[in-house]
Ligand binder design. Structure first.
Ligand SMILES: NC(=O)c1ccc[n+]([C@@H]2O[C@H](COP(=O)([O-])OP(=O)(O)OC[C@H]3O[C@@H](n4cnc5c(N)ncnc54)[C@H](OP(=O)(O)O)[C@@H]3O)[C@@H](O)[C@H]2O)c1
Length: 259
């Protein structure tokens, strides 16, 4: 099966392309790096020729509210139009657990807009809601830094390894469209401030992490369970400790501003 991975050069995309190849699919990485730009439509018609499935794991390169909204709205519209013309039979997109509960965040409003376009299109679809990636913990500290302190609420948190995100996506992309949302998450629950503190300690990052009930996440207030998936979520196997050992303290790229 030909499966085009939009954002196939990114953190999740590059893992997904490799896994799909290993499973015997013709997986094509599509991104500006490979001559495909969903914002302008450049290269899309060629990339989608003969494709059965498209998996969108792209992310906006610019992080302010207006730019993120423009990215997800324009890219998704273009993508769905080109997919319809090419006869694509399944559109899979990666989004974030709790998106609808996080609409105070400009980034999440853009993800909500992306999802709405997918649900209203003629292409059968599957939306995958993932919890935050372990690879994003340092980025999360960076967007929550105030001077030399990182402020985060002491709420429940169930992040997962990017490898487990990619393998869940690979299964869903190879299966029938669910025309619904599938939640995926990590195997353990933590407190948000505790885990970011542990991640910074492992990186020997001197920033102090303060539990602050008023601190926002990407501009949104968090409740105790806002970031936690429901009981039906499919859980990855990689624990935080295993991931820490495997990643050897390196900071793999997860450029996502907010998710
Ligand atoms: N971070 C988290 O914890 C988290 C949690 C849940 C869900 N998510 C979602 O996961 C998705 C992927 O995140 P990621 O960390 O893997 O992203 P990433 O590493 O930042 O990769 C982004 C990808 O998007 C591509 N891209 C950028 N502009 C494009 C354009 N105009 N046309 C086509 N492709 C374009 C990039 O291509 P180039 O390399 O060519 O620039 C790159 O391949 C995002 O949608 C995010 O919302 C993230």
């Amino acid at each position: 099966m030909k499966i085009v991975v939009i954002g196939g050069t990114g953190l999740i995309g590059s893992k997904l392309v490799k896994m799909l190849h290993e499973h015997g699919h013709e997986a094509v990485a599509a991104s500006p790096d490979t001559g495909v730009n969903t914002l302008t439509g450049e290269g899309l018609a060629d990339a989608l020729k003969g494709a059965s499935v498209v998996v969108d794991v792209s992310n906006s390169p610019a992080w302010d509210d207006a730019a993120v909204m423009k990215f997800f709205e324009t890219s998704t519209r273009n993508l769905l139009t080109y997919e319809a013309a090419a006869g694509v039979r399944h559109h899979v997109a990666l989004s974030v657990v709790g998106t609808d509960r996080l609409s105070e965040s400009g980034y999440m409003r853009a993800k909500i807009a992306q999802e709405k376009l997918i649900k209203g299109s003629s292409i059968p679809w599957s939306i995958v809601h993932a919890t935050q990636f372990f690879e994003f913990l340092k980025g999360l500290a960076d967007i929550s830094t105030d001077g030399s302190k990182v402020r985060l609420p002491h709420v429940l948190f169930q992040p997962m390894a990017a490898d487990d995100v990619a393998s869940a996506l690979a299964k869903i992309a190879a299966g029938p469209p669910v025309n619904g949302t599938v939640e995926i998450g990590g195997p353990e629950q933590f407190r948000l401030d505790d885990l970011v503190r542990r991640r910074l300690a492992a990186l020997k990052d001197p920033r102090e992490v303060i539990a602050d009930p008023k601190a926002l996440y990407s501009g949104a207030k968090l409740g105790e369970r806002t970031l936690v998936p429901g009981n039906d979520a499919r859980l990855g196997q990689t624990t935080f400790e295993t991931w820490l050992i495997q990643s050897g303290g390196k900071i793999p790229s997860a450029k996502s501003p907010a998710a």
